[in-house]
Design a protein around this ligand. Structure first.
Ligand code: NAD
Length: 257
């Protein structure tokens, strides 16, 4: 298989897009390291079920991506990191003048600074292995903005900037760095935004999905975690060896508007 012999470390991968990417990486033959800040039986069970179904080695390592030292420890504990997927992320929606300071700090730490710390720890391993892929899960909000998402939009734009710098610093090596920019994908993170948006706009759940969330997604369909996983597998493949320092949108046309 295309990625056999490689190890993929995916931050924030016990649910949603990260888990979808872990499955697709494993299906492509990569050993996978899953992560989140929790240490529940079910976290380890998810890794066990990926290993059982795909035949790769799958492990779960607890590390809190809001803390730089734990981000770096995740990579050290993984022992090998050929494919780094920075995916951990949280969201909070509020106008700037009411935006809680601690939410700003947490979003910037988890959604942006964690990618700096894991990349710093992983690049020496990639250089030693003579091959590497950094795949940052940014967002359509890394390329464009929406009101009430100041921290998220700032952090995701930062991730796109970090991706470009990583690509330039590794340009002459067999290492690439790219960002995937999803539009709306129906995951727990998006699900959690629905009640607040219903309140904000005084709308039903169906109206929020169709007329608020997917108004900016011209396809009028959510992207799927399998599509995100497939895009990550493509970026890790040899076909993508000359793709570096750029973004791939998986957003149903959102950023074409
Ligand atoms: P999700 O809530 O299902 O997953 C987020 C993951 O991050 C979970 O595994 C969670 O445990 C983990 N996480 C949260 N805080 C953490 C911490 N401190 N340390 C380690 N892990 C932590 O959400 P998702 O929609 O799958 O989001 C995944 C990524 O995709 C995020 O970066 C998000 O910004 C991005 N994204 C999502 C969408 C979407 O529509 N769902 C769109 C664009 C970008």
């Amino acid at each position: 298989m295309t990625l056999s012999g490689k190890t993929a470390v995916i931050t924030g991968s016990n649910s949603g897009i990260g888990l979808g990417i872990a499955w697709e990486m494993a299906r492509a033959g990569a050993d996978v390291v899953l992560n989140s800040f929790t240490d529940r039986e079910e976290d380890h069970a998810i890794a066990a079920s990926i290993a059982k179904e795909t035949g790769v080695t799958a492990r779960y390592i607890q590390a809190d991506m809001s803390r730089g030292t734990e981000c770096r420890a995740l990579i050290t504990q993984a022992g090998r990191c050929d494919i780094l997927i920075n995916n951990a992320g949280i969201q909070h929606v509020a106008p700037i003048d009411e935006f809680p300071e601690e939410k700003w700090d947490a979003i910037v730490a988890i959604n942006m600074s964690s990618a700096f710390h894991t990349t710093a720890a992983a690049l020496p391993m990639m250089r030693k292995a003579g091959w590497g892929r950094v795949i940052n899960i940014a967002s359509a909000h890394g390329l464009t903005a929406s009101p009430y998402k100041s921290a998220y939009v700032a952090a995701k734009h930062g991730v796109v900037g970090l991706t470009k710098t990583t690509a330039l610093e590794t340009a002459e090596e067999p290492i690439t760095a790219n960002a995937i920019c999803p539009g709306y994908v129906l995951t727990p993170l998006v699900e959690a935004q629905i009640p607040d948006t219903m309140k904000e706009y005084d709308m039903s759940r169906e109206d929020v999905i169709k007329n608020v969330m997917l108004t900016r997604q011209p396809s009028k369909e959510f992207a799927t975690v399998e599509q995100l996983g497939g895009t990550a597998v493509f970026l890790a493949s040899n076909a993508a060896a000359q793709i570096t320092g750029t973004t791939i949108s998986v957003d149903g046309g959102w950023t074409a508007l």
